[in-house]
Structure formats: C-alpha cells, structure tokens
Design a protein around this ligand. Structure first.
Ligand SMILES: Cc1cc2nc3c(=O)[nH]c(=O)nc-3n(C[C@H](O)[C@H](O)[C@H](O)COP(=O)(O)O)c2cc1C
Length: 336
C-alpha cells in the first residue's frame, strides 16, 4: 500500500479514538511504519533563524513531549521539530480527560505539561536528534527564571535552538512571569549564558491584563538581541468536559488571534527578530498568508489531528501551487 493510502486509512481509524489515545497510538505506529523522507521542492527553501529550512514548516511544541520520536516525526515532511515542553523536574500533568475535540476543527487541552523532566528528555535527544536530519528545537518551561535557566544549561550542545515557553495556560501566575522585573532577570541570565539561538513563545493577545506586559516583554526580548518570537500558544477557554474545567484552544478558531498577534509583534520588533507563526495553520494558503505577514517559519499541531499525519506534506504541495498561481518561483519572492 502507498504511504498516502496507509496514512489515510490509519488516520480514519485514529479519529474513532479519544484524542489523547489517538495521539499515543499514532506515535507508536509511526515507529513501525516511518514514511520515507521526500525532498520538498527547492522553491520553498528559506534562510531563517534556524539556518536554511526546506520547508520552513515546523512541528509545534507539545506533540513529542519526551524527545523520543523526533526522527520519525521529521519523516512526516517537517523542516524542523520542536520537542517538549520540558521542565526541570518530571511532571505527570493533569488528570484525564485533559484533551477534547471541539467543533470547527479545534482541540481544547489541559495537559498540564506532562514530561519526563530535563534529565531524561536530554538523554532521549542525545540518541534521537542526530538522526532527525533537520534542526531540533527544545521547548523549555518553568515557573521562575532559575528553573528555566537550569533547563537551558542542561540542554547545551544537545539541540540546535531553544524555545522558551512562558505561555502555557497551565503555568501558574502568568501575570508575574510576564512582569518586567522578573522577565528582565530571565533575559539577562539567558543572555549571559547564551549558547544557541533563542525563541520566546507568547500567548495570543486576548487577555487585556496580559497584553501590555507581553508586548513589552517582546520589545525587551528583541532589544536584547534575542533571535525569535513564536506566536502563539493556545487561547484559555472554559471546557467542562476537561477535568480542570478549562483549557487551551488550538486549531482553526485560533487563527484570527494568531494573525492579530503576528501583526502586532511584527510592528514592535520591526525586523529586529524573526517570527514563527503558529495557530490554526491548516492549509498552504494559511501558511502563505503568515509568511506574507512577516513570519519566517510556520509551525503546526492541530492540523495533524484533522488532516492526518501527512498534513505538512499537503501544506507543502498547496504552497507550491499557491506560488505558481501568484506567478512566483520561490517563497522568498513573496515575502514582505
Ligand atoms: C495537546 C496539546 C499540547 C500542547 N503542548 C504544548 C507544550 O507543551 N508547549 C507549548 O509551547 N505549546 C504546546 N501546545 C501548543 C502548540 O504548540 C501550538 O502553539 C498551538 O496548538 C497552536 O497551534 P495549532 O493551532 O496549529 O495547534 C500544545 C497544543 C496541544 C493541542
């Protein structure tokens, strides 16, 4: 059976399972039936904050929380993989159910950052990242600057870059984390021990009380010569089917929030820092729009749940068609 047919059949069966089970069965199957890596078209190659990516489409944080499957996931057609988020010590996360599907091609999750802790995560990546064939980025999280810095130090030399996640709905006390004195301490510490490109992952600019703090943090991040902003994480919403009663919304309904945040961030960093766009990117047209708004890479997560394991390859094909329609030969020709 061809890779495409096998992927379609598997995806149809996985959709019958609850989403968290579908995810873990899907990851296990991928270990046994890894598709052969296809060379994406040269027209989509782009110089980015992670070097040249082909294609500039990444797997967003949260899909491979242990760093054990980065090579298998890269074979799905990604130009880079973000593994994690990982914290200093292992976390079991929230009680199940902690992820549900929602109408409109969306998910709501309250995973609570389950992960094996930075020690085991980094041991996994020492074994897996070299065979991924694409840059592997570690997403790190913590509730204070010291925890984040210790994770960062532990990953030295293991990954190509690090994304600092201060935006998971399950991180307590977001107000304090984003407030200027504490954020500046984190940036100064990261700056003085910087060994790789660094991205900051921000929430959608939906909460009025956080908006100003996050935008100020983006300014401080860029002014300190950091490399990239990843916009956005999930949007906090109520969801009674989850054990917590609330969670983070991802997928199509997040896309307008991502677009608004991308425009604001671009205005603030004004070319001083790269931007990864993530949030409801499902199709080649969604990706092209994000690139035209100033993104230097895009990332996807929920599209895999709805379009199947070959979502990144489908987006590549659709982007190539969209470029041809626009009369462009290369992605870089249509960048702002
Ligand atoms: C089940 C699930 C778990 C996630 N875990 C993380 C995480 O650990 N760290 C993080 O930075 N983002 C996490 N995210 C957010 C995604 O990386 C991404 O920012 C968000 O889902 C929006 O993209 P999408 O609409 O393409 O899914 C998670 C998302 C989902 C659906």
């Amino acid at each position: 059976m061809s890779t495409l047919l096998l992927a379609q059949a598997t995806h149809r069966l996985l959709k019958l399972l609850p989403p968290e089970e579908a995810h873990s069965v899907g990851l296990r199957l991928l270990r046994y039936a890894r598709p052969s890596r296809l060379g994406p078209p040269d027209s989509l190659a782009l110089k980015t904050w992670l070097g040249e990516l082909q294609p500039p489409i990444g797997l967003a944080a949260g899909f491979d929380k242990t760093g054990a499957c980065v090579a298998e996931l890269a074979s799905l057609g990604f130009g880079y993989i973000v593994a994690g988020s990982v914290t200093l010590r292992p976390r079991s996360g929230n009680r199940k159910p902690r992820i549900v599907r929602r109408r409109g091609e969306a998910l709501v999750n309250a995973m609570g950052l389950p992960n094996p802790g930075v020690e085991a995560f980094s041991t996994n990546l020492v074994g897996t990242a070299p065979s991924a064939g694409v840059p592997v980025v570690a997403s790190i999280a913590g509730s204070n600057p010291e925890e984040i810095l210790r994770c960062y130090e532990r990953l030295r030399g293991v990954v190509s870059a690090v994304e600092v996640n201060l935006s998971s709905p399950s991180l307590e006390d977001a107000q304090r984390i984003w407030s200027e004195p504490e954020f500046k301490i984190l940036v100064d510490w990261l700056d003085s021990s910087k060994w790789c490109p660094l991205a900051l992952k921000i929430p959608p600019l939906a909460r009025e009380d956080l908006r100003k703090l996050v935008l100020r943090a983006v300014e401080v991040w860029a002014d300190n010569g950091m490399d990239c902003i990843t916009a956005v994480n999930t949007l906090p919403v109520k969801e009674e089917r989850l054990s917590t009663g609330f969670g983070g919304l991802s997928g199509r309904p997040l896309n307008p929030y991502m677009v608004e945040t991308l425009k604001e961030v671009r205005r603030i960093v004004d070319g001083g820092c790269a931007i990864n766009a993530v949030g409801g990117i499902f199709t080649g047209d969604d990706a092209i729009r994000a690139f035209r708004l100033g993104a230097s890479t895009v990332q996807i997560y929920t599209a895999l749940a709805y379009r199947g394991p070959l979502a990144a390859r489908k987006i590549v094909t659709e982007m190539s068609r969209a470029l041809a329609r626009m009369g462009a030969h290369r992605l870089e020709e249509i960048l702002p």
